[in-house]
Design a protein around this ligand. Structure first.
Ligand code: THU
Length: 165
């Protein structure tokens, strides 16, 4: 028997410290979360993808009365980007979330950012990994109310991933 360990390295920033090249995509993730359709969970998520040509394409979570028909913000954004700009490498994704749960019912979204940086679900990591495998590393910026975590790639968030058969 051999014991093995996986270490994931990431950077923690205050929002003011976010690296220059990621500032616009971070802002776009917060902005697009305002258009989320989440009447069931009341958890609103926005994702923005920075493409190699400098464009930023976005998406938010869209829920449905038939719950499994809903789609997370990250996949909405990635499929949007791949549909509109096929083959252009995705260099970074930023993700932000807010909820009025625990806040006054008339609170502004800007007062309700999720405290801890939002982390993408396994299905979204898998979907993002496909584009990363095709086109190279995609930085992942997870935004919280006052802090952000930056991972160098999608694969760093999905060890032992399934990429081919
Ligand atoms: N959701 C996302 O859009 N992205 C995530 O990273 C986590 C969860 C959505 C799915 C659902 O609409 C709501 O947030 C609650 O799970």
């Amino acid at each position: 028997m051999e014991k093995r360990t996986i270490t994931i390295e990431y950077q923690k920033y205050s929002l003011e410290e976010i690296p220059e090249h990621l500032r616009s995509v971070a802002k776009a993730a917060r902005e697009v979360s305002l258009g989320s359709y989440a009447p069931y969970s009341r958890f609103h998520v926005g994702a923005a993808i920075l493409l190699a040509d400098g464009d930023i394409l976005t998406g938010s979570n869209q829920e449905n009365a038939a719950f499994p028909s809903s789609l997370c913000a990250e996949r909405t954004a990635a499929y949007h980007a791949s549909a509109v700009k096929p083959g252009i490498p995705m260099k970074a994704i930023a993700i932000a979330a807010w909820t009025r749960i625990g806040h006054p019912s008339d609170a502004r979204p800007e007062e309700c950012w999720q405290k801890a940086p939002i982390s993408p679900c396994g299905a979204c990591r898998q979907a993002l990994l496909e584009y990363e495998t095709l086109h190279g590393d995609m930085e992942v910026l997870l935004l919280g109310a006052d802090t952000a975590y930056l991972f160098p790639s999608v694969k760093s968030l999905l060890p032992f991933s399934f990429t081919e058969f």
